[in-house]
Design a protein around this ligand. Structure first.
Ligand code: PEP
Ligand code: MN
Length: 309
């Protein structure tokens, strides 16, 4: 089935834009010749149709998409040197592959904690070095890309910024891999086209992250689109990971949602862990404490064992 059919789009649309029709003439590769113009995938570089083999993205020495579930864990926000160092030690001991922590926080309210900025980046990088974990952190604006890239191994584009094209263009010409979160109201097509900005701009190291979408349901913070993860894996060769913390908003749902994500074929997990979730400055209600995270890792190991991976 073609990408267009998988996305529920007509493959016999006679009203395709002129530009797309005329592109046929400029294609010279065998793959292009095999494609009817109206079956051409909407995202060319991200598409599995033109690149059937799964891509492996390397971030700070960790391979994402190589068949092993990669776990990134840490607090929503870096709150102090001591907090991030303690968290790094515990998540590393439990088997995490990467350390997360926000220095620049995109908050719904301007009155909420906005992150500690440059100071927090330094503490995060230090905790990562000490524990032997590469780090992932969010970059909010194009002007911050160079600074954040000095400290981070993987640059996160947050859900609210998925369609910030100035930021995507800037990251496309940078040297660091990018973790592209799905926007809360973005379709899978829009998500993959956002990835296409990075790929077509010259950065092949892109990892996608499903973190829940907005639906009528308010009992969970967002709705985890697990079928969307499976579909994205069919549509693109890029690795796809899941953030069960923001997807559910509830600590008690993080473990079952993580298991489900692993079962549906996700390449990794991004999980919020705080030494004392009750005192967290952001997202405490969805953060696991280090003991809970350790239990989750044991569960995931047995799941991987059962699945034979
Ligand atoms: C986060 O990872 O802490 C975060 C703000 O995520 P999202 O962009 O998915 O809301
Ligand atoms: Mn958070």
């Amino acid at each position: 089935m073609s990408s267009r059919e998988l996305l529920g789009e007509s493959t016999a649309d006679p009203h395709l834009p002129e530009r797309r029709r005329s592109r046929r003439a400029t294609h010279s590769s065998a793959a292009a010749a095999a494609l009817e113009v109206n079956q051409e995938p909407p995202f060319r570089m991200a598409s599995r149709e033109l690149h059937p083999e799964s891509s492996v993205v390397c971030a700070g020495g960790v391979e994402i998409g190589a068949g092993r579930l990669v776990v990134m864990a840490g607090p929503c926000s870096v709150e102090s040197r001591q907090q991030i160092r303690a968290t790094a030690r515990r998540v590393k001991a439990a088997g995490a592959d990467m350390l997360r922590g926000g220095a620049y926080k995109p908050r719904t309210s301007p009155y909420d904690f906005q992150g500690l900025g440059r100071k927090a980046l330094g503490w995060l990088a230090e905790a990562g070095r000490e524990s032997g974990l590469p780090v992932v952190t969010e970059v909010l604006s194009p002007e911050d890309v160079d600074l954040v890239a000095e400290y981070a191994d993987l640059l996160q584009v947050g859900a609210r910024n998925m369609q910030n094209y100035a930021l995507l263009r800037r990251l496309a010409s940078g040297s660091k891999p990018v973790l592209l979160k799905r926007g809360p109201s973005a379709t899978i097509r829009e998500w993959l086209l956002a990835a296409e900005y990075l790929l077509s701009g010259g950065n092949a190291r892109v990892v996608l992250c499903e973190r829940g979408i907005r639906t009528f349901e308010t009992a969970t913070r967002n709705t985890l689109d697990l079928a969307g993860v499976a579909l994205a894996k069919q549509l693109t060769h890029l690795p796809v990971i899941v953030d069960p913390s923001h997807a559910t908003g509830k600590r008690a749902l993080v473990v079952p949602a993580s298991r489900a994500a692993a079962a549906v074929g996700a390449d990794g997990l991004l999980i919020e862990v705080h030494p004392c979730p009750g005192r967290a400055l952001s997202d405490g209600e969805q953060s696991l404490n280090p003991d809970e995270f350790e239990e989750l890792m044991v569960t995931l190991r047995s799941l991987a064992f059962c699945a034979g991976v």
